[in-house]
Design a protein. Structure first.
Ligand SMILES: [Zn+2]
Length: 439
């Protein structure tokens, strides 16, 4: 028998392989951070000191949150029940100008990682200031992330102009070039906050260095109409002219799309990141994911920041995405449970350029996965595993989470972060921020 790092016995393994196989009574054999084999539970080829019995559980690929501003957990509930531009101009941007620094980002990102790990997320895409503080939190926690520092025309606490944002992103990309869990992307904030020259530079640098580009685009009808009025063209057409439409582009939100634009996304293999709860909460609009999926566009899921969601729970996001697609099209077959799971796993990996490593449970991939308890009232009985995960599981049923073969959540206990201390630190930030806001 061959000795391996760990063997995890399961009730079901939702592989999310191309055939979407769901294997009953199988185990994951893990060695050197990778999936070495997937076999029946009673296999006798391998042995391990870490033989873990999860036969009353489901193992699925770790969820991938393809759009987040992790540190904004510290502004969770700071301003709600208003439209995007009021929310940004009158609340979020002034609060960020006053409070955002290395400490804010480090603590806020740790708080976000703790919440994400406990709800089954193993990888997230982040777009926020002070990305070194974010990278430090990711590195220490054992989590996986794509970090896309923002590029924005105006000065802020982190950078003085668009060029400074780009230079700092390039330095970060150099520093993390060979990190096994952290990848770097450009994160131009939105077409209305970044002018043509920096966008053109980003297009060229992205191509030259093979770095993805992550951008909020067509988030609201106002954004599109305002661009037409001021520039005579829709934002997506402008990005096309500037050379940004290609398989490295991660287009976040996309609530306003006509048929020609959907075709443009197909032709250029652009990925769309759907953030249904944030779009609903800000009444920004609804991304037409049924049409996009039918056309062949890669659609994945993001929560957006906790200030506009207000949680980082991808189980909620999967369910909302499936229900919203049915409700808006009037077609109950639109976005099946299986499609919702793909959006939260393999499609996210494709969007981030990481599908060779993560997104499904297949031999040779990195061992990033979560384990879900089945023995709960809300998931009994369980006729269909995929349906149970999307329509009745809640994230409190996540018992264990592994990234790169390393256990980060064991029996619902975080192993690399101190939950109690994080909640105390969040409380201290809340007191500080709310005291000065009211004066
Ligand atoms: Zn966002």
């Amino acid at each position: 028998m061959t000795q391996v790092d760990s063997i995890i016995l399961s009730g079901f393994i939702v592989t999310v392989n191309p055939e979407f196989e769901i294997l009953k009574n199988h185990c994951l054999v893990i060695h050197n951070g990778q999936i070495l084999a997937i076999l029946e539970n009673d296999q006798t080829q391998y042995t391990s000191n870490q033989l873990i019995d999860r036969t009353e559980h489901i193992i699925m690929p770790g969820l991938i949150n393809a759009h987040n501003h992790a540190a904004m957990t510290l502004l969770r509930g700071y301003a709600d029940d208003m439209g995007l531009m009021t929310w940004l101009n009158e609340y979020i941007w002034p609060a960020e100008a006053k409070w955002v620094n290395d400490d804010f980002v480090y603590t806020g990102t740790q708080l976000a990682i703790a919440e994400m790990l406990k709800s089954g997320t193993t990888c997230f895409s982040d777009q926020y200031f002070f990305p070194l503080a974010c990278a430090k939190a990711v590195d220490e926690s054992g989590m996986r992330a794509q970090i896309a520092p923002p590029v924005i025309d105006f000065a802020n606490n982190w950078a003085k102009d668009a060029q400074d944002h780009i230079d700092q992103t390039l330095a970060l990309a150099k520093q993390y070039k060979n990190h096994e869990r952290i990848s770097i992307a450009f994160g131009p904030h939105a077409p209305y906050t970044v002018s043509d020259q920096p966008l053109t530079d980003i297009a060229a640098l992205s191509k030259q260095q093979q770095l993805p580009v992550h951008i909020h685009i067509h988030e609201t009808a106002f954004e599109v109409n305002d661009a037409v009025e001021k520039l005579g063209k829709r934002p997506l057409a402008r990005l096309h002219e500037l050379g940004l439409l290609n398989k490295n582009l991660q287009a976040v939100h996309m609530t306003q799309l006509n048929d020609d634009e959907i075709q443009l996304l197909v032709e250029h293999q652009v990925s769309v990141v759907h953030c249904p709860q944030s779009n609903l909460k800000l009444a920004s609009g609804i991304c037409p994911i049924t049409a996009l999926t039918k056309a062949g566009v890669n659609v994945c899921l993001g929560t957006d920041g906790a200030a506009s969601n207000n949680d980082l729970d991808l189980f909620c996001e999967m369910r909302t995405a499936a229900l919203l697609a049915k409700g808006t099209t009037g077609d109950p077959t639109s976005i099946s449970a299986e499609q919702a799971i793909k959006m939260a796993t393999i499609n996210g990996a494709k969007a981030l350029g990481l599908s060779a490593k993560i997104g499904s449970l297949e031999v040779g991939k990195q061992a990033d996965f979560c384990i879900i308890e089945c023995n709960h009232l809300n998931t009994s009985p369980m006729y269909n595993v995929a349906s149970s995960l999307v329509y009745s599981t809640n994230s409190a049923q996540v018992s264990d989470v592994y990234v790169n073969g390393v256990c980060l959540l064991q029996d619902k206990q975080l192993l690399s972060l101190d939950e109690t201390s994080l909640m105390q630190q969040a409380k201290q930030w809340q007191l500080k921020i709310s005291q000065t806001s009211s004066t």
